[in-house]
Ligand binder design. Sequence first.
Ligand code: C2O
Ligand code: CU
Length: 542
Amino acid sequence: QGLARHTFVVKDVPYTRLCSTKNILTVNGQFPGPTLHVNKGDTIVVDVLNKGNYNITIHWHGVKQPRYPWSDGPEYITQCPIQPGQKFSQKIIFSSEEGTLWWHAHSDWTRATVYGAIIIHPKKGTSYPFPKPHAEVPIILGEWWKKDIMELYNEFRESGGDPNVSDAYTINGQPGDLYPCSKSETFKLMVDYGKTYLLRIINAALQDILFFAIAKHNITVVGTDASYTKPLKTDYIAISPGQTIDVLLETNQALGDYYMAAKVYSSANGVLYDNTTTTAIVHYNQNYNASSRPQLPNLPSYNDTNASANFTGSLRSLADDNHPVHVPLNISTQLMFTVSVNTFPCSTNSCQGPNGSRLAASVNNISFELPSIDILQAYYNHISGVYGDQFPSFPPFIFNFTAEDLPLALETPKRGTEVKVLEYNSTVELVLQGTNLAAGTDHPIHIHGYSFYVVGWGFGNFDKDKDPLGYNLVDPPLQNTIAVPKNGWATIRFKADNPGVWFMHCHLERHLSWGMDMTFIVKNGSNPEAQLLPPPSDLPPC
Ligand code: C2O
Ligand code: CU
């Protein structure tokens, strides 16, 4: 009744980039897909129709969906996929989020082209905690492969090694004019002199954390993951896959053209995924002398771990009277998870991982395997044999994380579909510890159904005596994705007040596929208002 309705038709459409044409999966034929506009607290319905050739699901990244994981979207976690020819009406319930989020496919690697922005405006009658910008523009960073994505994915699965590097990074679907055969494929932001623009930056890339900057212009960060931050003036940002960063751009430079640009950040030793630069142009409307080539911004180098960590570590919640922080202070559930890239033996011994092995990844040494029917359905309907509730605690022996190799006992993870059960309203502190075997890199860890406060982070091994003394319990940023530094740790806190089944995983797609995933089940509270809502009648069948 009265809910705003949108239709998402998922279908193949030909697109040309870098002088080569292929069919890509799109929503409504658009790439990037349509932008959803809502106000804080709205509920909307999206009718998703699968007119493509593959199974698909759609996830609303960062939308907490209170008590209603049924439309959250990750395949085999909260639903079975929507099969070709089928339809699923997804109810999206916005609660405390305000700012920028995004939606994307959550089935195999289909999210490579199936994504779009979600803009959550302030509630009617309230406004931004900064002067109203002249205009607002989504800036979506992505990756483009000339190859068909399903082929890329299948080759990746078979090889057991790293996936093929993308052919280009993109800004709003366009590689930009620094790539060969890409002259006309450049996104242009037309601006007037002397105004303020709100750029809603989203990293939709499959595999890479990115640096982003605009030549000659400082930008001011005002939000991340649909939560406001203290204004942070900077000349670059680092943004993880999954993350959103809202920035204000003041058009106060000499009339002309300026590049905005994005480039990889990768801390992996000697492994460089793609060192190319995607660009878009900021064009001052009054400029009549556009003959000179725009200048490029200075971006930190691909291995500049400090540049990435310093930026991420400078974010603070706005924490004013209208935007109070609610960091849990008394912790009832203390958890520590290791996030590791490791290996499995390869049956043919000719896999492309280290020494002929097959690359894997794990959380607390369990490499997550998707079940064949979704965990939410199994939980709700008490179907046994789908998942176990024995998610292990932190490997109970001390080892040297910062060594180049993990101890033998942890080199080969166990496979499993284990969930961690949390009591309703428990206050959770989770220390995420990065380890370093094989292609060590930062891990952008994302949790569905929740935002969490990032109260601390650091390099090296977490020190349970010293590190908590430095926690920020006053104005830590509220995020849904946190880059856990390579060979480092990050501590997050949240209150488990959203009952349901919620996926947690690395947002680097290869790590997700290798098993750097786990699932939380948050139990119902005793109050009926604290319980899972019933499923919709049109849940896709398994
Ligand atoms: Cu951006 Cu599991 O999602
Ligand atoms: Cu990862």
